[in-house]
Design a protein around this ligand. Structure first.
Ligand code: ZN
Length: 311
């Protein structure tokens, strides 16, 4: 397993784009729905990242959690949100994946994270997600094959077992683009997650966004985001998602079912390939993957080792 640190942690912080403040109705129901979808996304993300750790170019510890912060909510909504997540100022555990290192260490929803490996998560400014992002960046500095620790706000120490996974965190948003990836984070809106009842179809959407991160599309596109180049990255992400899905035990054809049902693109842009083209690319990749894996069960996705230049 290789571990390639492409960025220094400080550069990673800069790569994080500002996150919209969660804007909900402010009812307790909204937050329990949010927490439910966070657990679902955390589980899908944990499965996808850890199952493909063997070929991902960059691997980090995957705790099996989604982190939250009451600062993500508007001031008037924080009281309602704290009913679900607990009170207190600091980054907290919003969702835990059953059986993950976070679960086995005894972390539960609402546990406030004060330090990772003894390094304090300081409230460096008042940004809505700065403390969560600090925690994500700290994970990038930890050897993914080594045990590590979490300290909660009461000083209790949680021993975390190693669980290497493709480098990415996950977050459910109440507003913004339906699904997006910014290099180290995959975001899905609550509305989109709730609209996809089938876990393998949601996994298809998440795997596509995760593939953008693994393939460093944000970095590779740079400032030249011409339609042709963006289309190329979309098809690459569709193709790599097939391997992520299969490794994690999801049916890769769920992506085809999703696109057949979801007629409109998630991002309404002329630069996105037409649905038919995407479905054809996914079906061709499924066939190619099955042939490759029949010849060698541990075959890596060819895209990882021979990335074609973006035209
Ligand atoms: Zn995409």
């Amino acid at each position: 397993m290789s571990r390639r640190l492409l960025f220094l942690p400080t550069a990673l912080m800069l790569a994080l784009s500002p996150t919209l403040v969660k804007a909900g109705e402010g009812r307790a129901d909204d937050y329990s729905a949010l927490a439910q979808q966070e657990t679902r996304l955390a589980t899908i993300g944990y499965r996808l990242t850890t199952a493909s750790a063997g070929w991902c170019p960059e691997v980090t510890p995957q705790p099996g959690w989604i982190l939250g912060d009451l600062r993500q909510f508007k001031p008037g909504e924080r009281a309602a949100a704290s009913g679900t997540y607990g009170v207190g100022d600091g980054a907290f555990v919003a969702a835990v994946v059953p059986g993950s290192p976070a679960d086995r260490a005894g972390l539960t929803r609402g546990t406030r994270i004060a330090a990772i490996n003894g390094d304090a998560i300081a409230p460096s400014d008042t940004g809505p997600t700065i403390r969560i992002d600090t925690a994500i960046v700290k994970l990038y500095t930890i050897d993914p094959t080594a045990a590590w620790t979490v300290t909660d706000s009461a000083g209790r120490l949680y021993p975390m077992a190693p669980a290497p996974g493709c480098a990415s965190a996950f977050r459910v948003e109440l507003s913004g683009a339906q699904a997006a990836a910014n290099g180290i984070l995959v975001r899905v809106t609550l509305k989109l997650a709730r609209s996809i009842a089938d876990d393998s179809e949601l996994a298809a959407v998440v795997a596509h966004e995760l593939a953008h991160n693994i393939l460093r599309h944000r970095e590779r596109l740079g400032k030249d985001r011409s339609a042709a180049r963006v289309r190329a990255t979309e098809l690459e992400a569709d193709r790599l998602a097939v391997w992520l899905m299969a490794d994690a035990g999801y049916d890769p054809a769920a992506a085809v079912r999703f696109w057949n049902r979801h007629k409109r693109p998630l991002v309404r842009a002329a630069s996105h390939p037409p649905r038919g083209e995407r479905i054809a690319a996914i079906e061709a990749e499924i066939a190619a993957m099955r042939a490759a894996r029949a010849a060698g069960p541990a075959r890596r996705p060819p895209l990882i080792d021979a990335l074609p230049p973006l035209e």
